[in-house]
Design a protein around this ligand. Structure first.
Ligand code: NAD
Ligand code: UDP
Length: 311
């Protein structure tokens, strides 16, 4: 199989490329490096089954040769990034998805969309099953990401229904692990880097909001199974173990042995109060569930950042 992965120099895209290559497939990786880094794919430089194209997928996408899959992962994903890049975020979710779908149609390839738990917004149903339509503020600052992804899902289903493109949609919940950017602003990378440096851990609000954190290897396994399945309707992939942000901060302090303080900062606008995936669908239809407990995943992430920050 030969697949295109957009956003290949990012956190998830680079791990996904590793997985497809490990399964014996060929990978064309595309990225404009707006939030990604060549460092994430540097280890693939000598691999003859991998090629990299520097390109903004919000512009027409051209790929020579056949493709069996188009996996659209390009998009700023950290709230800090998409608040700084609102127009690029809207464009890559809308125009970028349209271009990637057009390519999949032209190549008769399977299309796979990286969607997000943010399509549920600040949810009024808890935990969130795929059948929940969400509670999103379209004109708030997070709307640029949430609405782009909701549009991307609608566009994907339209290409499926109208053009017969073979499509998959994954709704990814908070994922963490090696290759996150140290300064990407997401909670796990922030806390781990702050703890290692002995800086205060910045807890937003009172830290009572919840998230459910999935380790990268579990997520990639779920995504790979979903890609290979015949499930067209959206599927949640995430870890259902729910923690408050405050509990996460305490766990990071315990595992790093850091004596950093906790510093409270204002809660960002429209920050979801709770988030937990209902993964019944993935369990039943993909035979998938996460395996890596938080302490183990955090341990590996701490090792990665210790090494990175020391270098
Ligand atoms: P990331 O910022 O590490 O990676 C995104 C990559 O996309 C970067 O390399 C960036 O340079 C690239 N990119 C952005 N706009 C582009 C464009 N116009 N053209 C080409 N490349 C472009 O983020 P990530 O965590 O790896 O997220 C990857 C995907 O997964 C995103 O679509 C995101 O919405 C989705 N997702 C991630 C999470 C998570 O917890 N990590 C949760 C939900 C959804
Ligand atoms: N958060 C925090 N301190 C930080 C970064 C984030 O308390 O330094 C909180 C944030 O307000 C949110 C949660 O942690 O409630 C997860 O934030 P993240 O940016 O990782 O992703 P989100 O789930 O909001 O998309």
């Amino acid at each position: 199989m030969r697949v295109l992965i957009t956003g290949v120099a990012g956190f998830l895209g680079s791990h996904l490329a590793d997985r497809f290559l490990a399964e014996g497939h060929d990978v064309v990786g595309m990225d404009n490096l707006i939030t990604g880094s060549r460092d994430n794919i540097a280890h693939l430089a000598g691999n003859r089954r991998f090629m990299f194209a520097l390109h903004d997928v919000s512009r027409f996408i051209q790929v020579e040769g056949p493709l069996d899959g188009v996996l659209h992962f390009a998009s700023p994903a950290s709230p800090i990034d998409y608040l700084e890049l609102p127009i690029q975020t809207l464009k890559v979710g809308s125009l970028g998805t349209h271009n990637a779908l057009g390519l999949a149609k032209a190549k008769d390839a399977r299309f796979f969309l990286a969607s997000t738990s943010e399509v549920y917004g600040d949810p009024q149903v808890h935990p969130q099953p795929e059948s929940y339509w969400g509670h999103v503020n379209p004109v708030g600052p997070r709307g640029v990401y949430d609405e782009a992804k909701r549009f991307a899902e609608a566009m994907t289903m339209a290409y499926h229904r109208h053009h017969g493109v073979d499509t998959r949609i994954v709704r990814i919940f908070n994922t963490y692990g090696p290759r996150m950017r140290a300064r990407d602003g997401r909670v796990v990378s922030n806390f781990v880097v702050q703890a290692i440096r002995g800086e205060p851990l910045t807890v937003y609000g009172e830290g009572q909001q919840t998230r459910s954190f999935c380790y990268i290897s579990d997520l990639i396994e779920g995504i790979y199974r979903l890609f290979m399945s015949d499930l067209v309707d959206p599927t949640n992939i995430g870890n259902p173990h729910e923690f408050t942000v405050r509990q996460l901060a305490e766990e990071v302090l315990r595992l790093t042995g850091s004596n950093s303080m906790i510093e409270y900062r204002p809660l960002p606008i429209d920050d979801p109060r709770v988030r937990q995936p209902d993964i019944s669908r993935a369990r039943a239809l993909l035979g998938w569930e996460p395996k890596v407990p938080l302490a183990e995943g955090l341990g590996r992430t701490i090792d990665y950042f210790r090494h990175l920050l020391a270098g």
